[in-house]
Design a protein around this ligand. Structure first.
Ligand code: GYE
Length: 320
């Protein structure tokens, strides 16, 4: 008696061979959409909400999602993309950890006729036809909103320390540029120290400890490229006997629940929203891409600035 076909056995073998991926290769008979998703890692509350939203949305739509967590390493992302190509997925979603180094693997995807959708971060490639669309925020605009808010709060005068995101990543680059543009008309707004905290709470805390050790009471404001690093900085300030949110004004980006809690506690002053719930927009883009429907290159989300004055009222309605 023949229990399994050869292809079913092959499929099962592939599933075992790629343990980091959920689901397996294309269900040819059902015509189900198969999407490979190369995620950066789980560095922040934002990233965990992003992963969950995409997995939930795939389930809801009956899309087969192959999920790969790169643990912050580009080489793991490249390996995952090569695997997706080998397994002939219909579409690839890529959240690129850094901006450079993607051209060769994206060319492989293009040669295999697999469309690539970029999530949240952007890539620097000379040929824009290597990706279909970028679903995600306007990162420069987020930095600009943070800078504008801080300049107003500080009446145009502050010594600022900056906790930047992952080195060479699009949000670290663009959030810095946006912020600098916003404060350049205020000569009294000075970034006195700037260092990466890798978008992580613990690293943000360590870098803030070093800032405090070298600058001490000179620090009047903190600009963190994400909430997790701001929360780490809050811990460092408290440990040094400095009151976060009062002695030192703190602005960050993301708008996660923990940031709202910190605002309600009076320790964080402002968080600029960056919406991670992009599963629906990403899969809409995937479905259009397989049908060959033209799409705009940028699909930005609408975002705003939240400060302490609205935190208590809005926390109940926050979805991430
Ligand atoms: O702000 C941060 C994360 O790429 C927009 O990455 C994303 C950023 C987000 O880990 O918290």
């Amino acid at each position: 008696m023949k229990l399994f076909s050869k292809s079913a056995l092959l499929l099962a073998t592939l599933c075992v061979a790629i343990p980091v991926m959920q689901g397996c290769s294309k269900n040819v008979s059902s015509g189900q959409l198969v999407v490979g998703f190369s995620q950066i890692g789980s560095e922040s509350d934002w990233r965990r909400a992003h992963t969950k939203n995409i997995q939930d949305e795939a389930r809801k739509r009956g899309i087969k999602l192959m999920f790969s967590d790169a643990q912050q390493k580009q080489e793991n992302q490249i390996k995952a993309i090569k695997n997706f190509i080998a397994q002939k997925v219909d579409v690839i979603i890529l959240a690129p950890v850094i901006t450079s180094g993607w051209e060769p693997v994206l060319r492989e995807a293009k040669a295999a006729k697999i469309p690539v959708i970029l999530s949240d971060r952007t890539v620097d490639v000379s040929d824009d036809s290597l990706w279909v669309t970028h679903v995600g925020p306007n990162l420069t605009e987020e930095g600009r909103m943070a800078g504008e808010w801080l300049a107003k709060k500080m009446n145009g005068k502050a010594n600022i320390v900056e906790l930047t995101g992952t080195a060479s990543s699009a949000p670290a680059r663009d959030r810095k540029i946006g912020f600098q543009n916003a404060i350049k008309n205020f000569p009294g707004m000075k970034i006195i120290k700037s260092q990466t905290g890798d978008f992580k709470r613990v690293t943000g805390q360590q870098v803030m400890e070093a800032f405090i050790a070298s600058e001490g009471k000179n620090i009047q404001a903190v600009y963190a490229h994400n909430d997790d690093m701001a929360l780490g900085a809050i811990q460092a300030l408290e440990a040094a006997g400095i009151k976060p949110g009062k002695d030192v004004i703190i602005v960050s980006i993301d708008g996660v629940k923990a940031a709202f809690e910190a605002m309600i506690a009076g320790k964080l002053n402002c968080s600029v929203e960056c919406n991670p719930l992009m599963g629906p927009a990403l899969f809409d883009a995937c479905e259009k891409a397989v049908k060959g429907i033209a799409q705009p290159k940028e699909m930005p989300s609408k975002e705003q600035c939240f400060d302490q004055s609205v935190a208590a009222k809005l926390i109940g309605s926050r979805k991430y």
